[in-house]
Ligand binder design. Structure first.
Ligand code: V47
Ligand code: SF4
Length: 390
């Protein structure tokens, strides 16, 4: 049992509504949409931070998870044109983008032979010629080469397009790819569900109902998935709450979501470059309030290539208990959108150090949060210190 520090009541100060929220969290009661909104509008960072941290420590103690993964980005050619995207190239300008062949993608997988990675994350643009059969073949070939590698692949946007082109129902498509080797789905493509905003930032791709249906179907097929929210652009707080409410309701039905990942909008080289980026205080509030509101999500993740290393480190005190992976090649979707994380990779020693500096416990996990190794006692200054490499 955790007890909420008495001083929180003082921080809530004269606002009885904030005190009531603190009391609810202390009693492990769910907060309402109105209360979530109030936290965004009225609460200080220290107030939401303390509440979120108490929940995080109740659920996970000091444990901070990371995993060893690598990315395959099959293409950045995309039939859609989301205004916030700095990464894609429309099909007509595909000569400016990249399209990997099956062989090139398998070569990436082979380049990790003998290395202790546990997950490959496949995500990219929606290319009209890379269809369901092409990706099913890729999955089968990856599994044939390395059966124990967990394949987390394809946003609901990519899947929606693939299934429709193949004239399959969502259920048929999910089962087909699951059998071919797909283990779980990443959380991308969710952006902001509310139609008022979705129509302005990504009008032409799968809508909220379609995204949620694909994830629900995957959950019912026994797969776990993640969920994201793209924040800090033209949306209002009530749109964020609406988005999280839909996720919380689906999670009540299926319990298939593992992780919620707030994604900070970056404004370089896209059609929304005039929109300023959110401040650090706003970023930390977003993490904290999602930890408080999404009481049925086990994990909140800060994706460091997008947020920046130091801010990701800070988020570990604002409800975050997962810091993604030791990505070898910082994924292009963020470096192209203005993330300062241009330098490739953070190795295990760097990631572990980052977590320890925040006085947290670094634990390597598999995709499904199975513990692979607790790095609390590991001293990287000693030769052969990484037990996964011995
Ligand atoms: O859906 C695109 C986002 C997402 C920008 O599930 C942008 O473990 C900010 O979802 N500024 C794809 N964000 C990446 C993604 C993801 C990443 C890491 C881990 C997981 C997981 C999922 O990237 C897109 C979109 O929301 N994005 N452009 C931008 N300018
Ligand atoms: Fe295409 Fe995804 Fe970029 Fe939208 S965010 S344009 S779907 S690659």
């Amino acid at each position: 049992m955790y007890t909420l520090p008495g001083k929180l009541m003082t921080i809530a100060g004269t606002d009885p509504n904030l005190s009531a929220i603190a009391e609810k969290v202390r009693n492990k009661e769910r907060i309402t949409d109105g209360e979530g909104l109030l936290l965004f509008e009225k609460a200080s960072l220290s107030f939401v931070g303390s509440l979120a941290n108490s929940i995080r420590e109740e659920l996970h103690g000091d444990t901070t998870y990371f995993n060893r993964n690598f990315h395959i980005e099959p293409t950045n050619v995309c039939v859609f044109s989301c205004n916030f995207c700095s990464y894609s190239r429309v099909y007509a300008h595909r000569d400016e983008g990249w399209e990997l062949t099956m062989q090139q993608m398998l070569d990436i997988v082979r380049s990790y032979d003998g290395k202790p990675v546990t997950e490959v994350h496949i995500v990219g643009g929606v290319h009209p010629k890379m269809n369901l059969e092409f990706f099913a073949e890729l999955l089968r070939k990856i599994k044939a080469h390395r059966p124990d590698l967990h394949i987390k692949g394809f946003t609901a946007v990519e899947l929606d397009y693939m299934f429709r082109k193949a004239k399959m129902t969502v259920e048929e498509g999910i089962n087909y790819l699951h059998e071919a080797g797909l283990d779980s789905l990443p959380g991308g493509g969710a952006e902001i569900f509310h139609a008022e905003i979705r129509e302005q930032i990504c009008a032409d791709k799968v809508d909220a109902e379609g995204w949620l249906n694909i994830h629900e179907t995957a959950h019912r097929a026994g797969m776990h998935t993640n969920a994201t929210l793209l924040y800090g652009h033209i949306e209002k707080y009530h749109h964020r709450i609406d988005h999280m409410r839909r996720l919380r309701e689906l999670q009540d039905r299926t319990h298939g979501f593992n992780t919620f990942i707030p994604l900070k909008f970056r404004n370089k080289d896209n059609d929304m470059s005039e929109v300023p980026e959110s401040t650090l205080v706003e970023d930390m509030k977003m993490y904290a309030i999602s930890r408080i509101y999404l009481d049925n999500f086990p994990h909140i993740k800060a994706y460091w290539p997008m947020l920046g290393r130091q801010n990701a480190q800070l988020s570990l005190s604002f409800g975050v208990n997962d810091i993604d992976g030791t990505i070898d090649d910082t994924t292009r979707i963020y470096s192209m959108a203005g993330s300062e994380e241009q330098t490739p990779a953070m190795n295990t020693a760097q990631l572990v150090t980052l977590i320890k500096q925040a006085k947290r416990r670094p634990v390597e996990r598999g995709t499904l949060y199975n513990v692979i190794h607790d790095y609390t006692e590991t001293d990287f200054t000693k030769e052969g210190a990484d037990p996964q490499l011995n």
